[in-house]
Design a binder for this molecule. Structure first.
Ligand SMILES: [Zn+2]
Length: 130
């Protein structure tokens, strides 16, 4: 199966913005580093599903999208972190992240990766879950 993106599917300015909005290549929040390291170190032996919970606005969606990019990326890269925990706890000094350059990352950036399917709640005309 050919997996290389076509010239027309490679990230454009609009799709790069869309990728930023989804959080595939945005930095992790400092409070996500420990969980990120725990999950990515186990890869590929990670559960078939993960439930991310927490209060609104802490970056659950960004974490999920970045994890999808990590799983799909052909060449994840090690990256140093500079995060400091204000409570004095030790944070990872290095994490493994999606590269942002391989074919799969480019497909994600273009919003057209064939192996990624987003599933959400159905909403009614008023935007409420039905
Ligand atoms: Zn990649």
């Amino acid at each position: 199966m050919a997996r290389k993106p076509t010239a027309g599917s490679v990230a454009s300015a609009n799709s790069e913005q869309a990728a930023l909005d989804w959080g595939y290549f945005q930095p992790l929040y400092p409070w996500q580093l420990m969980e990120w390291q725990q999950v990515t170190r186990r890869f590929p032996a990670i559960p078939h599903a993960l439930l991310l919970t927490g209060i609104q606005g802490i970056g659950k969606r960004r974490f999920a999208h970045k994890l999808a990019a990590f799983v799909l990326c052909q060449q994840p890269v090690r990256s140093a972190t500079s995060a400091q925990d204000s409570h004095g706890s030790a944070l990872p000094t290095e994490v493994t992240l999606p590269c942002g350059r391989c074919d799969d990352c480019q497909w994600l950036a273009a919003g057209s990766h064939p192996s990624l399917m987003r599933i959400g709640l159905e909403v009614d005309a008023k935007g409420k879950p039905s």
